[in-house]
Design a protein around this ligand. Structure first.
Ligand code: AMP
Length: 397
């Protein structure tokens, strides 16, 4: 599958047609009040384009994890309809159900340039099972399907993938941007291509390392993951995070890098603490020094310089996972150094969702990056080379 060959909303005739749009309105809500409307705002370009074309727009999303099968006020999308109405300056009607009588009647009565929001798709039990009967009911509401929910694209659910079997389908602007950056970086990157991986465990990212070794020029590994590589090489890691059952895999990844001519950079020094605590006593140790009684919690100053240097010469950088326990100030310097190096590199820079995206936002570097992914899980699966059901289902150009 060539993800860059999928139809986008501008490739499909939507004029005056009923268009079902899967959005990511999974916003934080406390006591019925939305505490951040970023995800709603991010969907506006797609919705405004469709309304501008005179489409009859039927929006849908999940919110949280309701039990399924019944309506639960706590997980209702009603506050989202109200906020959308304010942002769009038109009334966004709220259906009383997902695909039932209320949704059907409102969808049928929508005029050109009108908008409607369905209830939380997970109120339907079939949603997470990708039940074809439910997918067909979604499809019966509309004539075209637009998927703009990248954060849910790694899930094969009725409203993210199943419905596309019954309707012409295309990506929205948000989804299109994710595909263009992630797909572009993997399929046709400006070289040298550097990937930076961090975070807690090797086991979570072994698939990503394996796939990226086929594509990148340089692979940088930091964070808790690095200590499994060191221990596998017979180095002392003290009480650092270490997955003893992954030694063979770690060594095989180093061999693969060598066979492929990929530069594999591991830390040369570590900031280590006495215990896993924000205010623990800490110092710096070279990776060949004994680590007895110490726990690696961040990359050291020599490593920060080494990694920054490799990042500086890159054409494209993909980054996923912090270099240490970046939530704690004493162990955040490695992650800050990498974020700074990426921001200043001039490279096409792509930040995976999750903790690295959070670090970039906290530092105020978001606008300095080419793309900060909205989907943690989805972007990781993309980097693993896995087919995302919510992308694979879209019509080809
Ligand atoms: P992940 O979800 O795999 O990207 O991991 C992110 C988490 O890894 C963050 O909560 C970090 O605090 C944690 N982390 C990064 N480096 C270390 C380390 N050296 N020891 C323990 N946890 C770490």
């Amino acid at each position: 599958m060539n993800v860059l060959n999928k139809k986008t909303l501008e490739d499909i005739d939507v004029k005056a047609r009923r268009v079902l749009v899967r959005c990511d309105f999974n916003v934080p809500i406390e006591n019925g009040v939305i505490t951040s409307d970023k995800r709603i705002a991010a969907s506006l370009p797609t919705i405004q384009y469709l309304l501008g074309q005179g489409a009859r727009v039927i929006l849908c999303s999940h919110l949280g994890r309701p039990a399924g099968g019944v309506f639960e006020e706590e997980f209702s999308l009603k506050p989202v309809a109200a906020r959308l109405s304010e942002l769009l300056g038109i009334e966004v009607k709220m259906a009383g159900d997902v695909v039932g009588e209320s949704a059907q009647a409102l969808a049928a009565s929508l005029g050109e340039g009108g908008a409607l929001l369905l209830e939380n798709v997970r109120f339907e039990k079939g949603e997470t099972k990708n039940d074809p009967a439910l997918s067909k009911k979604f499809a019966d509401l509309a004539e075209v399907f637009i998927n703009d929910a990248f954060g849910s694209a790694h899930r094969a659910h009725s409203s993210t993938a199943g419905v596309a079997e019954f309707l012409p389908s295309a990506s929205g602007y948000l989804m299109q941007k994710e595909i263009a950056f992630l797909g572009g970086a993997l399929e046709n990157p400006k070289r040298p291509l550097t990937a930076i991986l961090g975070g807690a465990k090797v086991s979570d990212k072994i698939g990503v390392i394996d796939h990226l070794l086929d594509l990148v020029d340089t692979l940088i590994v930091g964070g808790g993951m690095a200590y499994t590589f060191f221990a596998a090489q017979g180095k002392s890691v003290g009480t650092s995070l270490c997955e003893t059952d992954k030694f063979d895999l770690a060594l095989s990844m180093l061999e693969k890098a060598q066979a492929k001519g990929v530069k594999f950079l591991l830390p040369v020094d570590n900031v280590v603490g006495r215990a896993f605590a924000p205010d623990t006593e800490f110092t710096t140790l070279g990776v060949d020094e004994p680590h007895d009684g110490w726990m690696g919690l961040d990359i050291g100053p020599a490593t920060r310089a080494l990694f920054a240097d490799a990042i500086a010469g890159s054409g494209t950088v993909i980054w996923n996972g912090p270099m240490g326990v970046s939530e704690w100030a004493n162990f955040a310097l490695g992650t800050i150094a990498v974020a700074t190096a990426v921001a200043e590199s001039g490279a096409v820079s792509i930040i995976g969702g999750g903790d690295s995206a959070a670090a970039v936002k906290k530092l105020g570097f978001e606008s300095k990056m080419s793309h900060v992914s909205t989907g943690g899980g989805a972007s990781l699966e993309f980097l693993e080379g896995r087919e995302l059901p919510g992308v694979a289902c879209l019509s080809e150009k």
